[in-house]
Design a protein around this ligand. Structure first.
Ligand code: PAP
Length: 345
């Protein structure tokens, strides 16, 4: 089995103070709440707390409280929700490029949206969609969400049961992305080892596996997170589009067309013939995004290096890390938790 620390980054020490600072700066209200919650050691943060049935970092619990209390959904909002490490960066880029394709295309019908000055070429996808619980963690940023032009394209990792009522009751659309649990786990394990401070040592595969299978992963339990959105998408297919990373990889153009239609921004015949779909997929593909300077050398405001979001971008990489015994264990949990509901990976 490969060692995750082969991927560790010597400059990741600076991340810890930022994460700790965020934990130290939480409000008294949140401090009081988390003091009564079950706590476990985090993967790349000091602690995870079980809040409303799922494991989160303290500062994101504060963000979730603000999100639940203050967020007013608009009917034309589009909310991307993902399980962490399921292809969030990719879907953020795809949705952004799809929603923002009009000005260029309509002004210059012979020019595709992928012009040399497209924002995705110089800005991390993570900065193009506000991370709502991150923004609501801080009152200063809250106003920025309220002040966004419509249609607002927003992002969250929150479980369905923790979403604000107004999201559920408005006509806003939810795009949910998840991924095969084995690949998701391997991606998360690598990510954790890449961004953990070196002084913490490597998180072993066994330790990570134990946490993940017990449900103790960021925004986990993984299976419950996926199941909530799956069940809701069955009840309300017009409200929630349930997507799998594997399907996006397998049939990107077909799924992008479906996605664009779902969010109310279908591609016209003219656009399809003009190659707009292919252009969006080209600018957002792993090879392109991962090689851009902004994604190779950039940093997010809380110190995270943007390169941490790009590793292999492949389906099935977990076979290179998991023994057949572990694969069997994963498959049986998945079958037990999701199988009865008709969800397979
Ligand atoms: P997040 O949920 O923390 O934002 P996210 O972007 O979901 O992270 O996770 C990164 C994963 O998406 C990585 O998977 P891997 O570890 O299995 O390689 C990363 O490589 C993959 N990824 C990032 N960008 C793309 C892309 N454009 N196309 C396909 N996969 C991508």
């Amino acid at each position: 089995m490969a060692e995750a620390n082969q991927h560790s980054n010597s400059s990741s020490e600076h991340l810890l103070p930022n994460m700790i600072e965020k934990e130290e700066n939480i409000s008294q209200e949140c401090r009081d709440i988390i003091s009564g919650l079950p706590r476990e050691e985090g993967w790349f943060q000091n602690s995870l707390y079980q809040f409303q049935g799922f494991w989160h970092q303290a500062w994101l619990i504060q963000g979730a409280l603000g999100f639940q209390k203050h967020f007013k959904a608009c009917d034309d909002d589009i909310l991307l929700v993902t399980t962490p490490k399921s292809g969030t960066t990719w879907l953020k880029a795809i949705l952004y490029a799809t929603l923002n394709r009009y000005p260029t295309f309509h002004l210059f019908p012979t020019i595709t949206p992928i012009s040399h000055n497209h924002p995705l070429l110089t800005t991390s996808p993570h900065l193009l969609l506000p991370f709502v619980e991150g923004m609501y963690q801080d009152n200063i940023f809250r106003d920025q969400i309220d002040g966004m032009a419509s249609p607002r394209l927003l992002f969250t990792h929150m479980p369905y049961s923790s979403l604000p009522k107004s999201v559920k009751h408005s006509s806003c659309k939810i795009v949910f992305l998840c991924r095969n649990p084995k690949d998701n786990f391997v991606s998360l394990w690598h990510f954790a080892n890449k961004i953990r401070p070196k002084t913490w040592g490597t998180l072993s595969l066994e330790e990570a596996l134990d946490k993940f299978c017990r449900g103790v992963s960021p925004h986990g339990p993984f299976w419950n997170h996926v199941l909530e959105y799956w069940l809701e998408s069955l009840k309300r297919p017009d409200k929630i589009k349930f997507l799998k990373y594997e399907d996006m990889k397998d049939q990107p153009a077909t799924n992008l067309k479906i996605l664009a239609h779902f969010i109310g921004h279908s591609f016209s015949q003219e656009e399809e013939v003009g190659g707009v779909i292919d252009d969006i997929l080209s600018i957002c593909c792993f090879e392109n995004l991962s090689n851009l300077k902004v994604n190779k050398e950039g940093k997010l405001p809380f110190g995270m290096e943007t390169s941490a979001f790009f590793r292999k971008g492949q389906v099935g990489d977990s076979v290179n890390y998991l023994s057949s015994e572990i694969i069997e264990k994963f498959d049986s949990i998945t079958q037990e938790k999701l199988g009865p509901h008709g969800l397979k990976f």
